[in-house]
Ligand binder design. Structure first.
Ligand code: ADP
Ligand code: MG
Length: 562
């Protein structure tokens, strides 16, 4: 019985012991839970609120210092590209000593932890094969024991927390659990902070880029605004993409007002592109630059308008760059020059022109005298009066020709038979040429195609050539005017003026079209310069052949129309 009691007592005591043990374990568990809850609270807050890597690491260090009794430790981060571990934070000690240190993949206990993705306790570090002693020898620290825990996010190791030398006793599994509890949120916090860093970097790169774009835009605008010509960038749909200040100022407005509007409205004041629009021609054509010169009432200017293609990377035309040069003043001066040269040429013919008028006047006088002398012979009177009327109309035609010629040239283009121009000029100069003992011969391969041009201007050119030929033959000679068609790079009407005069030395040939170049005491040196301009305006050109002492042939080439 006593034995039974004693056995029961024993049993109860054992239960008691167990209970005490269990209570102790429960208490320890509760403490640990409380501890990790505190850890979670602190670190959780950091994860949510702090996205800066530096302050995340500082907080983690504090939490470890408060909760784990160790001499030192470090947080190492894995470089994703090289798989090396770098020291991001040192618990105690000089951070700088570690700045350049890195562990290769798998090197040291930390490297092992990263590679094996698992925590480890190394109680006697110097004797462990994984231990990397080089760091201790550099820092002078003596590692005894190590606790390493991986930092894992989404199943990926991003680093390692490594604690060295527990102050009292050895590292235990409880320490592992606690450090793992710390490591889990820390890994997330670090990852967040890194993402934030990356975003910041991207954002600042983007800001940089935007600033560069903004700067480039300002430079670009500054550049086209510095150009005095009107500049418009236009897309395929005729919408203005950009326009410079010079152009906007012609319309008394600003570039911003014009951008987005159709170019035909801005340039021509129309609701659709006109048929001569160079932009439309470039976009619809093969893309070579187009250019026209015309008077644009909407801009109140004469403009030389050139459209250049803008191409996409694949070569397709996506718009045009248009340059409009204001040539109003240039044209006005040129017209004045043409006019004054014309008057000079007329002046050189003045003496013969007086003759030209005087001759019919004298004939008329004669007829009227004869009429009076035959007062009672009506049939004779009728004959003389008819003759006088004929002379009068010849005179009227001549004066009309003179007036036509000296009027400022309008530049209106029409289809003209080149022979008619030659005849008109010879009618004006005939007397003068015969005075100068110049024989005129016309070799005309009729019928010649017509040309398109301003008759008045072309007559001025021909007159200059006739006068130059005459002046090159002071003793008289022969002027041969020939017309023919030439098919060579197109179809041309070639009108040549060949004299048997003094000729031009090869060295002087290059100068004769220069303004004010003359070898004559009373020359203006403008005849050929003006003529050259007129012929260029007709898309034609000159050729000159000359031999000193033999003579000169000047040929005008004009495009044949029909
Ligand atoms: P200008 O007749 O007033 O001198 P131009 O421009 O008509 O001016 O001619 C320029 C120069 O070219 C002349 O001064 C002359 O030296 C030379 N020249 C032009 N035509 C001939 C020609 N048919 N024969 C010889 N020289 C010529
Ligand atoms: Mg001349």
């Amino acid at each position: 019985m006593t034995q039974d009691i004693a056995a029961m007592f024993d049993k109860v005591l054992t239960r008691f012991d167990n209970l005490e043990q269990e209570t102790g374990m429960l208490r320890a568990l509760a403490e640990r839970l409380a501890q990790s809850e505190a850890v979670w609270l602190t670190i959780g807050k950091v994860i949510i609120s702090d996205l800066e890597l530096g302050s995340v690491l500082t907080t983690v260090t504090q939490v470890i210092n408060e909760n784990m009794n160790v001499e030192t430790g470090s947080i190492l981060l894995l470089e994703p590209d090289t798989q090396e571990l770098t020291f991001a934070e040192i618990l105690r000690g000089d951070q700088k000593q570690f700045a350049a240190l890195r562990l290769r993949a798998g090197q040291g206990v930390a490297g092992w932890v990263a590679q094996n993705k698992q925590a480890v306790i190394v109680p006697d570090a110097p004797r462990d094969a994984r231990f990397f002693s080089a760091i201790d020898s550099q820092t002078g620290f003596q590692t005894r024991s190590i606790l390493g825990v991986p930092l894992i996010v989404a199943d990926q190791v991003i680093g390692v927390i490594e604690l060295l030398n527990k102050r009292e006793g050895e590292f235990t599994n409880a320490d592992v659990s606690l450090l793992e509890a710390i490591a889990a949120p820390v890994a997330i916090a670090i990852q967040n902070a890194r993402l934030r860093q990356q975003l910041d970097r991207q954002f600042s790169q983007q800001t940089d880029l935007l600033q560069k774009i903004e700067r480039a835009k300002r430079e670009w605008e500054g550049t086209i605004d510095a150009i005095e010509e009107g500049v418009l960038l236009v897309d395929e749909q005729c919408r203005i993409l950009r326009v410079n200040r010079a152009f906007a100022s012609w319309l008394n407005t600003t570039p911003a007002v014009l951008v987005g509007n159709p170019c035909y409205r801005a340039v021509h004041g129309l609701d659709a592109p006109p048929s001569h629009c160079p932009h439309a021609l470039v976009v619809s054509g093969q893309g070579q630059a187009r250019n026209i010169e015309y008077e644009e009432p909407h801009l109140r200017r004469t403009v030389r308008f050139t459209a250049y293609p803008i191409r996409a990377q694949d070569g397709g035309i996506i718009g045009t760059a248009n340059v409009l040069k204001d040539v109003t003043l240039e044209r006005r001066l040129q017209a004045q020059l043409i006019q004054s040269e014309k008057l000079a040429a007329t002046g050189r013919m003045a003496a013969s022109l007086a003759h030209e008028i005087n001759n019919p006047l004298q004939a008329i006088q004669g007829c009227l005298d004869l009429t009076q002398a035959n007062l009672n012979k009506p049939e004779k009177q009728t004959r003389y009066l008819t003759m006088a009327t004929g002379e009068l109309s010849r005179l009227a035609t001549f004066v009309q020709r003179m007036l036509d010629f000296s009027r400022p040239a309008k530049g209106d283009r029409a289809l003209i038979a080149p022979r008619a121009l030659v005849d008109d000029v010879l009618a004006l100069t005939g007397k003068r040429l015969s005075q100068a003992r110049v024989r005129v011969q016309v070799n005309w391969n009729d019928p010649l195609p017509r040309i398109k041009g301003a008759g008045n201007q072309l007559k001025q050119v021909f007159l200059n050539l006739v006068l130059n030929a005459m002046e090159a033959m002071p003793q008289g000679g022969t002027l041969t005017i020939a017309g023919r068609v030439v098919e060579e790079n197109g179809r041309w009407v070639a009108v040549s003026f060949e004299d048997s005069g003094v000729g031009i030395a090869p060295d002087d040939l290059k100068n004769i079209f220069e303004p004010f170049y003359t070898t004559k005491p009373d020359g203006t040196g403008l005849g050929l310069a003006v003529s050259h301009n007129i012929i260029l305006g007709h898309n034609g050109h000159f050729t000159v052949e000359s031999a000193v002492g033999k003579g000169t042939t000047v040929t005008v080439w004009l495009g044949a129309e029909e």
